[in-house]
Design a protein around this ligand. Structure first.
Ligand code: URP
Ligand code: ZN
Ligand code: ZN
Length: 463
């Protein structure tokens, strides 16, 4: 059924215009100052977007759904996580395929793809995490890039003995990525330094969640960024720093960029609005807020928002990593090192950025679109199919009410977690209608789409 969105303010990364948007089949076919419903085919649906913003569907470039990690698995499945994404205005996610050191890349891809094909309600793509790089991995990775459009890798410098890649594997992997034109996303924290700090703190009886941040301070993250950028400089690979939490780490990336390193920077919603004091909450509640890199002091918020405003930070993702408080975070009651790391945010991201970025006067609407949609599409090879409202692009659209006022509440969450990291926080704005490839999939916080209607997005390496 064709769709007309009338009277909205259409916001792209570089413009705001008052325009009507007409959608046929799965694509945007007209954007004009005024399109008359009477001239369109009978049966055309119309959405009145008066006083509403019309955004391109948002893209979350950093999502975990199937995440075997720290002795458990993240609690969402593809159905729950992508319903949560859609009601929050996110129409495309890029999930991390995270095999363990003994798993083969091809089998991991098939596992993650099988789960997503069965359950995903929004469009999806994958970053392939590489933990061990040998001849077999080399061959399988080449096939996944060529045959399945896996155009980005993921590496962890942290999580010693579990997910971290050795330096001797890192060099050839970066060389392969460079040769294939694949960008490498990276979790940058020095694994050995963290391991030593964790041992020392636990030996001193410092076992609570409040010690998670001191075990991996800002210097450890900045050192990780420096390390990755050095290797990128040596190999010429293009790299993307995920979940940058502090000015010191951002400064390392900016300095590397100044030396000619091709490096992009992501920040994630929790680091922009939460701070270390949450992890200090009494009665083990702080465990809800344990993620890595950790939540920092609130003084880090402004440099991150400034980086987004001046676009030295390209993207805002979530690092959605949902673990229940009751039976998963509690695994770390005796030692913070056993608390599964992660905070669910895939549903809240867009409203958090609108509330604490746009409404707070820190960024404008165009920057919000750039950071939450357009840059992810450009960096990861989805543009202009995704990430922009343009004729010929997929009709992924968010009709957004910027005047909505409320609070974040776990009762509204479609993620399966038993808590919200943003419980009770002020919320300004809401996705009223969410359209995925021409079909309405969410309305006012409720999923109304077809189950399993998401589509895999294979990509061509573009770096
Ligand atoms: O705490 C986090 N970030 N959990 C998910 C795994 C990762 O490091 O991205
Ligand atoms: Zn990470
Ligand atoms: Zn992550």
């Amino acid at each position: 059924m064709p769709l007309l969105i009338k009277n909205g303010l259409v916001v792209n990364a570089d413009s705001q215009i008052r325009a009507d948007v007409y959608v046929e089949d799965e694509t945007i076919s007209r954007i004009e100052p005024s399109i008359d419903l009477a001239e369109l085919p009978a049966g055309t649906n119309m959405v009145d977007a008066t006083d509403r913003l019309v955004f391109p569907g948002f893209i979350d470039p950093h999502v975990h759904i199937n995440l075997p990690f720290m002795g458990t698995n993240a609690i969402d499945d593809h159905d729950s996580a992508t319903q949560a994404a859609l009601v929050g205005g996110t129409t495309t996610i890029i999930e991390m395929i995270c095999p363990g050191p003994d798993d083969e890349p091809r089998a991991a891809f098939e596992t993650w793809m099988g789960l997503a094909e069965d359950g995903a309600n929004c469009d999806y793509s994958f970053h392939l995490s590489v933990v061990r790089f040998d001849a077999l991995a080399d061959q399988q990775i080449r096939e996944l890039v060529a045959d399945h459009g896996v155009a980005s890798f993921k590496i962890f410098l942290a999580y010693k003995g579990a997910l971290d890649i050795s330096d001797s594997n890192l060099i050839p992997l970066l060389e392969l990525a460079r040769d294939l034109g694949v960008i490498v996303t990276a979790h940058c924290e020095n694994a050995e330094a963290i391991d030593a700090m964790q041992r020392r703190l636990l030996a001193d009886g410092k076992t609570g969640p409040e010690w998670h941040e001191p075990s991996r301070p800002r210097s450890v993250e900045a050192s990780g960024v420096n390390h990755l950028c050095t290797f990128a400089e040596l190999t010429g690979a293009h790299v993307y720093i995920v979940h940058t939490s502090c000015k010191a780490a951002l400064d390392e990336a900016i300095a590397a960029r100044g030396r000619g390193v091709n490096v992009w920077v992501e920040s994630v919603a929790p680091h922009l609005v939460l701070d270390h004091s949450y992890a200090e909450r009494p009665g083990f509640e702080g465990a809800k807020f344990v993620m890595s890199p950790p939540l920092r002091d609130a003084e880090e918020h402004d440099p991150l928002w400034k980086g987004i405003a001046d676009r030295s930070i390209s993207t805002i993702g979530t690092d959605h990593a949902p673990f229940n408080f009751g039976d998963q975070k509690s695994m770390g009651r005796e030692a913070f090192t056993a608390i599964p790391n992660g905070i669910p945010s895939v549903q809240e991201r867009v409203d958090l950025v609108h509330t604490y970025g746009v409404d707070a006067g820190r960024i404008d609407l165009e920057t919000m679109v750039d950071a939450c949609s357009t840059q992810a599409a450009k960096i990861f090879g989805l543009f202009p199919r995704k990430g922009v409202i343009a004729v010929g692009s997929d009709a992924d659209l968010v009709i957004y009410d910027p005047s909505f006022e409320g609070i974040f509440d776990v009762a509204d969450s479609l993620s399966k977690t038993d808590y919200s990291g943003y419980q009770g926080m002020r919320r300004k704005g809401r996705a009223e209608v969410v359209v995925l490839r021409g079909r309405t999939v969410a309305r006012n916080g409720r999923f109304v789409g077809e189950a399993g209607g998401g589509r895999y997005l294979g990509r061509t390496p573009s770096h």
